[in-house]
Design a protein around this ligand. Structure first.
Ligand SMILES: Cc1ncc(COP(=O)(O)O)c(C=O)c1O
Length: 467
């Protein structure tokens, strides 16, 4: 049948057998941005509109600003798709997922050297932020119960941590009404120190927060020395102050690359540890973990037993519903890689970070901030004098597609601006070489043009947005 041009216009899009998605009316009109549209649209049109708009996002493979996983094996992706429709909290309906969750908690507790005589417990979370809040909340409750038992006031809890922590620590202090006793960075020390911890703790300290690989420079707080200090204080003054280790990034690197480095439950005051499954646990976002050394470190009052969907279920999370797929993907990685696989991957990423750091150092333009290379990141600042700053360099290499963060350090080191390259599994030696050449080229161009950006203003609010 021949269709005249005018009639063709009147036909519904779905009736035009020859019409491509892009020739439908949905691509002639703008997309609603404030009000939900009155009418529906075909699935292919909705897909294409959203898909195309998201092309404006950066390329995850070139995103070296984030610690979060951007690549998983096809088999892992298959498991993720197969399980994406399961609500993790429906334990009665999906009991095997809960069994797997329990196995993962066991494996992590052992990876973190939980003592044989302890019964470690833990849970999956949406990320390290939720994990940290749950751990610190447990410490607040344990401190309160100890104070109540001793007939002492419990209205002024405090927590000691450094400004080298992630914003979620500040959030905990504010959301849960605990006085934060902050330890600032200095121009030549970007972690907390034992002396500064000693100056801030007292009988109302619910916990000392330490970081295994800071978000800012990747360095580690002196966890063992702080543990020794707290053991001494416990003996001398009777204050039993726990340590929480934020192993968001380091928790899946250090056990494999530096197994003899003591930062975990081998240290007696370390009572809880968080780690991000979605960082070097090599799972897509959002998955975190919190593990307590022993069940006695987790007050029972905080575990709710809900009668839900046919069974009694214990729950200690800030969220209720969440996806199961990432928990299952973590299990896939543990089975598939084993300790051997994680060790190989983590050694590789550390070596590629070292390679990049060495090449950049050799240009004599940069000062490396994390020589110890606890984490596979390259944190560097520009040597003075320079005609440009790290914000210029970050913007310049963005023209090639590379996404690399540049930021100023928190108070009192806010005058120091640094650039950070996070090396992940997918960043090969070949990519390191290409990035190195691009950075050198960008520096040469900036030598000619001078600064091309307005340096980011420094304020303690803005600095902690990096992840
Ligand atoms: C040391 C540290 N702690 C906590 C977090 C927060 O983790 P999440 O994004 O998993 O909530 C991050 C995030 O990058 C981090 O680097």
């Amino acid at each position: 049948m021949l269709i005249k041009k005018n009639n063709l216009e009147q036909l519904k899009d779905s009736e035009k057998g020859h019409a491509s998605t892009y020739s439908t009316r949905f691509f002639r009109e703008s997309v609603p941005k404030y009000e939900m549209p009155d009418k529906s649209m075909p699935a292919n049109a909705a897909y294409q509109l959203v898909h195309d708009e998201l092309n404006l996002d950066g390329n995850p493979a070139l995103n070296l600003a984030s610690f979060v996983t951007t690549w998983m094996e096809p088999e892992a992706r298959r498991l993720i798709i197969e399980n994406i429709h399961k609500n993790f909290i429906d334990h009665d309906e999906y009991p095997q997922t809960e069994v797997i969750h329990g196995r993962l908690v066991n494996m992590l507790a052992r990876l973190f050297n939980s003592p044989r005589e302890c019964t470690s417990i833990g849970t999956a979370t949406i990320g390290s932020s939720e994990a940290i809040m749950l751990a610190l909340l447990a410490h607040k409750w344990s401190w309160k119960k100890r104070r109540q038992k001793d007939g002492k006031p419990y209205d002024k809890p405090n927590i000691v941590f450094g400004t080298d922590t992630h914003i979620c620590w500040d959030k905990f202090a504010r959301y849960f009404d605990v006085e934060p006793r902050l330890i600032s960075m200095t121009k030549d020390c970007f972690t907390i120190t034992t002396d500064k911890v000693a100056q801030r703790i007292d009988e109302n300290t619910i916990c000392v927060g330490t970081i295994l690989g800071t978000t800012f420079t990747g360095e580690g707080d002196p966890i063992k020395k702080i543990n020794d200090l707290l053991l001494k204080i416990k003996k001398e003054k009777g204050w039993d102050i726990p340590i929480h280790v934020d192993g968001a990034s380091g928790g899946f690197v250090v056990p494999f690359v530096y197994p003899n480095f003591k930062w975990d439950f081998r240290l007696p005051q370390v009572k809880s540890i968080n780690v991000s499954g979605h960082k070097y646990g090599l799972v897509y976002p959002g998955l975190g973990w919190v593990i307590w050394r022993d069940e006695s470190d987790m007050p029972k009052e905080l575990i709710f037993k809900v009668n839900y969907l046919g069974g009694e279920m214990p729950t200690y999370t800030l969220n209720f519903s969440r996806g199961s797929a990432m928990v299952i993907a973590q299990y896939y990685n543990f089975l598939r890689l084993g300790k051997e696989g994680y060790r190989e991957i983590m050694t590789n990423v550390i070596n590629n970070a070292r390679y990049l750091a060495k090449r950049l150092s050799a240009t004599r333009r940069f000062i490396m901030l994390n020589e110890a290379q606890l984490l596979p990141i390259v944190a560097l600042r520009l040597k003075e004098p320079s005609k440009f700053n790290v914000f210029d360099l970050s913007a310049k290499i963005r023209e090639r597609g590379w996404i690399i963060s540049a930021y100023t350090l928190p108070p009192d080191a806010q005058d120091i601006a640094i650039m950070r390259v996070v090396v992940r599994e997918r960043f090969s030696r070949d990519m390191a070489e290409i990035l190195f050449n691009d950075i050198v080229k960008a520096c040469k161009e900036l030598d000619k043009t001078g600064s091309i950006t307005v340096a980011a203003a420094s304020s303690d609010v803005d600095q902690k947005h990096i992840c």
